[in-house]
Each structure stands twice: as structure tokens, then as C-alpha cells.
Design a protein around this ligand. Structure first.
Ligand code: SAH
Length: 506
């Protein structure tokens, strides 16, 4: 802790999409001693904070009183004077309707050094994510950012409605949704054209973003009919009409769908990222965790002899990762497999092998043990040493078949899948899901055991393949979609096809 006293950083967190946090914001979040944050900050914005950082939510909560502005300012000053580095993290840009100006003044008055880190403001970002350029060569040479939070009936309201009505450019209203009717009425009464295009963007840049467009005179009733809720921003002016052609976020195939990912956290990120890039709101509810077992005697023996196997079979990307980890620990690399035929159960496992410098010799079309047994029919195994490296709880289809053919078989468990206990918040978040995805029987069983009676009522169940589907049915779930290819890409294809067919039925 510095004797000189700490610095306060007034940091903009952007409008909601975590990707719109600036590099400087992330850097400061990572190093801060204290983070005083608003309620409306991007999901996961605090994940990078130090585990010993003091995190204080100073935002307004529905039902609970907000911390008084004075209290927040005192807290910043007090922590900084104690020599701590303080991040004051605010939605959007700190100096755009965020009271950041007042906070900077309080710091200046207290002679606490500060830095301001601009953020992407909602007034630019929400329209952009709705395909609306706030200025346009043909339509608008000026843009006004206006706060509509003030009560327009308030005597001495700061807004000059005549001037706003006459403003030669786009009006962007930061406002409470309930104010929209009054705002539109005031503008029209002051002379703004009621036919002028207007768009309200709800939850701009976030996965649940929605937009409603109508002429200014009808925008309030249209927003009302759509049940728009905060946070929302209104764009008024000819540019608002351009969203119809330029909207991009809401056109993504999974936009607005909530998809639960039940894979182990370590593996889920690839699937979660792809789903998110297709527009889905991803709820990670890992039902299992991978517990490595590469220190067991069996694994050690197999790794010591790994160069002598004629055939090495791998049945999951996790298995590949852990086999190579165990080999590395024993000072070996891919060359130890130089003389072996290497078999992968499917393309995902083959890809993991490739990442370790090994091209699989055998990869069946369908990623199930039965198909691998078939694909191995031409490989000579009788009397030869064969390694099957896999999960502890795997089925015995492959070992049984190889043993029957006279292989000298070693079966080793590289890892075990252990049930994960999701928290109540995660289970609640999953209640509103549109899709539940299952990539293995163990995820199904553990998911059902973990959520108990709280199964999402309307969710469609997507399974990676027949074995997983059977486990789902056994656990009492209806399976709506089963992937044709039993890997992650196959599962995504099946989910997309289901969404598309549901949309075309409407
Ligand atoms: N400093 C913030 C604005 C704070 S005022 C910024 O620069 O963006 C809060 C208002 O901003 C909300 O009432 C709403 O009108 C608007 N707003 C903030 N985030 C939004 C979002 N993701 N989508 C739409 N409007 C948003």
C-alpha cells in the first residue's frame, strides 16, 4: 500500500456487451484494491478482479434504496486516502449522464488524484447494435444526447422542448421507459414531426436486445404493446428507419434464445462461445467436473510403456489432453506413439490429437464405441499390446470387443467425471431456458439429480447422440433433438435446424 495515497479511476464499463469493456478498463479491474460498481455493468465484468479485492455494489436495486451519491463519494475518498487503488465502475461512459462529473468534482475537492476512463456510451452503442448510425451523410449531421430521466412536469425542467423539437439532427434519449409517452408528446407538441421515424432499443448490446420501431407519434404505444422494460434508449430522427435494413444482432440465428450448457466448465467455453456468437444467451450450468487421475499406478505403467503399444485408442478430447499431460510428466512426447496405430472415437478427439502433433489413423464416422469397434475390424490386434485410455465410468463395449479378438489389453482411466453441484442462482437462471444441451450421459444424470424439481418447464432437450438420449429418457426427460453427428458441431447443427424449423412453422 502506497504511503502517497491511492488513485481513483472513474471507469466506463460500456453498455452491457462484455466485449465493449475497454482494454484500459480491464487492466484497472484486474489490479484494483477496491471496486465500487453500479448494478448495470456487463456480465462477468468483475471476473478479472483480484480475489482479495473489495467489491462493493453501490447501484440502485429495485426495491432497495440506492446508496446516496454523497455516500459513494465519501467511500471513494476514504478508500483512496487509505492508500488503496479504487475503481469506480459505471455503466456506459462515466461522464455521460452517469454523475461521473460530480464524482470527479468531489475527488478534486478532496485533493484525491483521479483518472477518467471513457466507456462506450449506450447512446451510440445501442443504436449501433440495432443497425442505426446516429449520424448519416444523408440523414443527420448532428446528434443530441438527451436525458429523459427528468420529470418533464418538474418546474424548471432542464429540457428546452422547443429547442429539442427544432434540433436539426438525431435525438438520442436516455430515459426511463415510462417517460417515453410524455417525451414523444412534448416533442410533437413543440413541433417535431409525428411521422418521423423512432426506435426504442431495450437492453442494447446484450443478448436479450429488443427493438421497437414506429413513427414518433405512435412509438410510446408500440413500446407499451411490446412490453419494453428498462434499460432502454430512444432514437428519434430519419436515421431510425435505417435499422430495418442494417439490423444485425437481432438477425443472428439464436438471438433471444436461452441455451443451457451442462458440460464441465473446462470444456464448456468453446461451445458457449460458439452459441454466443450465434446470438444465444448462454447459461452455464456445469453438471460435471473432470477429475484427472493421471497419478494412478495404472496410468504410470501405461505411460512408461507407451512406445510399445501396437494400438492406442482414445475416446474423448479430455482423454487426449490428459494422456499427453501424463506423458509430458514422464518426459515423453508424441514420438512415443510413432509405432502405434492411433484410433480416435470421433472428430473432436482426432482434433485434440492433431493439436498434439498426432494424426489419428482410425476415426469412425459416428462417435460411438460401437462404430469404433467396427472401424478397428481391419487392425491386427491378436496377441498384440493395446491401450484404451478413457474415463473411469466409460462403457465396456470397446474393451470387450478388443479382448474378444485376443488383444493384450490395458485399460486405464485417465479421469473421472464428478457431479458438480450448481448453485441456486444458476438453477434459477436455467428455469427460463429454451434449450438444454447434453453432451454425455453423465451430464444428463447429474443435471437431473442437481436440479430436481426445478427442471426448466419449456426447454427443448438437445442430445449429442443415442447413448446420451437413452440416459436422458431414463432420467425422465423427453429428447426433442438428437444430433446426427455425435460431436459438438453436430449438436450445434441440430440445435440450429430445430430453431429454424420452429421459426418457419410460425
Ligand atoms: N453513463 C451511461 C448512461 C447512464 S443513464 C452511458 O453512458 O451509457 C442510464 C440510462 O442509459 C438508462 O436509463 C438507459 O436509458 C440508458 N442505457 C444504459 N444502458 C443501456 C442499454 N444497454 N441499452 C439501452 N439503454 C441503456
Amino acid at each position: 500500500m502506497s504511503a502517497r495515497g491511492g488513485v481513483v479511476y472513474l471507469v466506463g464499463a460500456g453498455p452491457g456487451d462484455p466485449g465493449l469493456l475497454t482494454a484500459r478498463a480491464l487492466e484497472l479491474i484486474e489490479s484494483a484494491d477496491v471496486i465500487l460498481h453500479d448494478r448495470l455493468i456487463p456480465a462477468g465484468a468483475l471476473d478479472a478482479a483480484r480475489s482479495d479485492a473489495e467489491l462493493v455494489d453501490v447501484g440502485k436495486r429495485p426495491g432497495a434504496a440506492a446508496r446516496a451519491q454523497r455516500e459513494i463519494e465519501e467511500l471513494m475518498v476514504e478508500r483512496a486516502r487509505a492508500g488503496r487503488s479504487v475503481v469506480r465502475l459505471k455503466g456506459g461512459d462515466p461522464f455521460v449522464f452517469g454523475r461521473g462529473g460530480e464524482e470527479a468534482e468531489a475527488l478534486a475537492a478532496a485533493e484525491v488524484p483521479f483518472e477518467v476512463v471513457p466507456g462506450v456510451t449506450a447512446g451510440v452503442a445501442a443504436p449501433a447494435y440495432a443497425g442505426i448510425p446516429v449520424t448519416h451523410r444523408d440523414d443527420a449531421s448532428a446528434v443530441a444526447f438527451v436525458t429523459g430521466h427528468e420529470d418533464p412536469e418538474k418546474p424548471g425542467s432542464a429540457l428546452d422542448w422547443e429547442a429539442l423539437a427544432a434540433f436539426p439532427g438525431t435525438l438520442v434519449m436516455y430515459m426511463g421507459v415510462r417517460r417515453l409517452g410524455e417525451i414523444a408528446d412534448r416533442l410533437v407538441a413543440a413541433g417535431r414531426d409525428p411521422e418521423q421515424p423512432a426506435t426504442v432499443v431495450e437492453r442494447g448490446t446484450m443478448s436479450g436486445q429488443r427493438t421497437v420501431s414506429a413513427p414518433l407519434g405512435e412509438i410510446a404505444s408500440a413500446a407499451d404493446a411490446a412490453g419494453l422494460r428498462p434499460p432502454a434508449i430512444a432514437v428519434i430522427g430519419p436515421v431510425a428507419a435505417r435499422g430495418a435494413a442494417l439490423s444485425w444482432l437481432e438477425r443472428r440465428p439464436l438471438h433471444g434464445r436461452r441455451v443451457v450448457v451442462t458440460r464441465a466448465r473446462a470444456q464448456a467455453s468453446g461451445l458457449a462461445r460458439t452459441l454466443a456468437s450465434l446470438g444465444a444467451e448462454v447459461i452455464e450450468l456445469p453438471a460435471i467436473r473432470i477429475a484427472p487421475r493421471i497419478d494412478s499406478d495404472g496410468v504410470r505403467r501405461a505411460v512408461d510403456d507407451v512406445h510399445s503399444y501396437a494400438l492406442v485408442c482414445l475416446t474423448s478430447p479430455n482423454g487426449v489432453r490428459l494422456l499427453f499431460e501424463a506423458m509430458a510428466a514422464a518426459g515423453r512426447d508424441a514420438r512415443a506413439l510413432a509405432n502405434a496405430t492411433v484410433a480416435a472415437i470421433g472428430p473432436g478427439t482426432a482434433r485434440a490429437l492433431r493439436e498434439h502433433g498426432v494424426i489419428a489413423d482410425v476415426v469412425p464416422e459416428r462417435s460411438v464405441a460401437e462404430a469404433l469397434v467396427e472401424a478397428l475390424a481391419d487392425i491386427e490386434v491378436e496377441g498384440r499390446p493395446v491401450l484404451v485410455a478413457r474415463a473411469a465410468e466409460a462403457r465396456d463395449v470397446l474393451p470387450d470387443a478388443l479382448r474378444e479378438r485376443g488383444a493384450e489389453l490395458d485399460v486405464v482411466a485417465l479421469y473421472e467425471t464428478i457431479a458438480e453441484r450448481p448453485g441456486k442462482d444458476e438453477i434459477d437462471a436455467a428455469r427460463g431456458a429454451d434449450y438444454l444441451t447434453f453432451t454425455s450421459s453423465s451430464t444428463v444424470r447429474n443435471f437431473v439429480a442437481a436440479v430436481g424439481d426445478s427442471l426448466p418447464p419449456d426447454a427443448r432437450v438437445v442430445s449429442i447422440g443415442p447413448v446420451t438420449s437413452a440416459a436422458a429418457r431414463e432420467a425422465g426427460l423427453a429428447v426433442h433433438v438428437e444430433a446426427e453427428r455425435h460431436d459438438i458441431e453436430g449438436l450445434l447443427d441440430a440445435l440450429l435446424a430445430d430453431v429454424a424449423s420452429a421459426v418457419s412453422e410460425r
